[in-house]
Design a protein around this ligand. Sequence first.
Ligand code: ADP
Length: 651
Amino acid sequence: MILSFGLLFSVILAGMELVEIFGVPFTPLKGKYDQRKAEVFRNLSLVADLKKERLELWLKERLGDSKVLSGILRTGLAEWRAMDMEKTAGVHSEEFLKAEEKTLQYLSGKLSEKLAIIKDSYGIYEKIKVADHQSGIVIASAFQEDMGTVVYRPDLLRLALESKDSAAMDIGKDPVTGETLLYLYRSIQPAAGLKQGEDEGPLGILAANININDIVGPILFTGEGLGGSGEVVLVDQDAKIITRLKHPLPGGTMAVPLQYQIKAQPAVKAARGEEEGIIEDKDYRGEPVLAAYRHIHLSQDVAIGMVVKQDQAEVFAQMRRTILHSSVIGLAGVILAMGLTFLIAGRLSRPIMELSRAAQRVEAGDLTARADVRTSGEVGLLADSFNSMVQKIQDWQGELEGLNRQLTAKNKELGDIVYVVSHDLRSPLVNVQGFSKELEAANRKLHAILQREDFPLEIKKEIAPLLEEDMPEALQFILRSVSKMDSLLMGLLRLSRLGRQALGIKELDMNKLLAKASGDFEFRLKESGTTLTVDALPPCKGDEMQLNMVFSNLLDNALKYLDKGRKGVIRVSGKQEEGQVRYCVEDNGIGISPEHQAKVFEIFHRLNPGDSPGEGLGLTIVRKVLESHGGRIWVESAKGAGSKFYISLPE
Ligand code: ADP
C-alpha cells in the first residue's frame, strides 16, 4: 500500500512536471516547451525581419550608389564618347587618329582614376568599371588589367539598358576567384539638359561587383542574438546557397556556394517566396531547427531567400537541463518521501502487526498471547484494551473449565446414580414379580380349596369374589406395572450404558450398514406392504454399532408411525456438503405437528402413548449417540404428511 502510494505520488509529480512543460494536449493550456518555442519563433521572426530590412536597405543604398556614380561619371564619359564618335566618323589621317587615340586614352585614364578614387572611398566594391554598352568592352576601370576585356554578364548589361533609370542586380560567381559576387549594372545616361537627339542612347555601362561573403555576410551576421547555433542562410531562387554555411554538410565537407542546393524545407520555402513565416523542421544537416524564412527581391526578376534558424538542441537545452535536474531532484524527493513513509508506516504498522499476530494466536486458542505494544496513542490504547479483553477471556475460560469439571463430575455422578438405581431397582422388582407369581399360585390353591364340597357355602360366598375377581385383578395390575417398570429400567440402563461405552470411530460404508439394519425389518416391511428405498449413501466416520442403533431406531419409528390409511413409503438418502455428511430417513406416516417436534427428542416423551408400544427412549438414544459423535439430529415434518429425520455427521 505504501509502495503504491509512493508510486502514485511520483506519477502525479511526473504528470505535473509534464503538464508544466508540455501543457495539456487539445486544450489552450500551453506548457513551458510551447512557450519557449513561441518565444524563439518570435525572436527568430524579429531577427529575420531586421536582417531583411537591413539587407534591403543596403541594396537600396547600392542602387543609390549606382545613381550617384553614373552622375559622377557622366561628364567624363560623355567627353570620351564624343571623341570616340569623332574618331569613328569620317576618314582621318593617321596623325589625327593617333592624336585622337591619345586623347581617348587620356580620357579613359581620367575616368579610371576617378573610378579608383570612388572604389577606395566606398571600400565595398571589388570592381568598378565603365564599359561600352554595345560591345561590353571595358573602357575604364580601377584596375588596369580589366581594360579592353568584356564585362562578364552581358545579360545583366541588357537588363540594365532596358531598365534605363534603375540598375540590374544578380548574384553570381566570379569566373576567376570563384567567389560569390553581387553584380550591379547600370546604364549611364546623358544629362537631361545636354541631350542632343532622340536616338542619342546611353553613354555606357557602369558595372560593379561586391563580394557577398566579405561584405554582405558580415552585415547579416552582426548582433545576431541567435545563440551559438544560430545561422543566417542566403539562397538563390533555386535554393542554392549564396553565402558560405556555418556548419559542414553531413558528409563532413563544406558546401560550395552557388553549387550546393539545399533540400531542407526552410530554405526551399525561403527560395520559393510564396510566403514568409516560421517553421519547425530539419535543416541542411538534418538537424532539427526552429527557423524563420524570408524572401528578398534584388530586382524585378531576381530574388533571394533568407533563413534565420537556431538548433532545437540549443533552444531547449536549458529546458532539458531543468527537466533533468528537476527529475533527479523529484526522484530523490520521492525516494526520500517513500523512505520517510516507510519509517512512519513502520512505526505505525509494527504495533498493528504485533496486535494482529496476538489476535491470530488468540484465535488459534492460545489465550496466553498478549500484544507487546509500547506506543502511546490510539494503537497503544487499542493494544491495552485488547490485552485486558484477552485477560478477561482467559479468566472466564478458567472459570468455565472449573464449572465444566464440576458439571462433568456431577454428570458422572448422576450417570452412576441412574446406572446404580436402574440396576439395583431391578432386583426388588424381580422380587415383587416373583412374590406376585407366588401370590398367584397361592390364589390358585385357595381357589381349589374353595371348590371343595365340604367348604362351607356361606363362607365360600363371601370369599369367592375376593379370590376370583379382586385378587387376580390386583395381581394382574401389579404384574403389568412391574413389567412396565422393568422395561423402563432396562431402557434407562441402556441409556446410561451408552454414555459409558468408549467409541470405536472408523470410516463406515453406510450402504453396508443400512443393508444390515434394514434386513432386521424385512418381515415387518413385507407384512405391512411398505416399500423401503435406500439411495447410494456417502461414507462417514463413526462407531458402527451405535450408528446401526441410530438407523434401526429411525427405521423402527418410520414403520411404527405409518399412516394406516395409505401404503407406507420409506426412503433413506444422503449427501456430502462442506465437510459434513447428511443423511435423511423419510416416511409418509402420520407426521408430527410443529409444536411437538422438539419434544420428541426428550426422554420418555411420546405423543400418543396408547397407540403403539414403546418407551419414548428411541429418539433420546439417537440424539445422545449423535452428540457423542459431534453430530446433530433434527426433524422436518407436518402433521399427517410424513416426517423427515435428518442426521448430520462429520465427514
Ligand atoms: P417411542 O417410539 O418408543 O415412543 P421415540 O423416542 O422413538 O419413542 O419417539 C418419541 C415419539 O416421537 C413417539 O412416541 C412418536 O410419537 C414420535 N415419533 C417418533 N418417530 C416418529 C415418526 N417417524 N412419525 C411420527 N411420529 C414419530
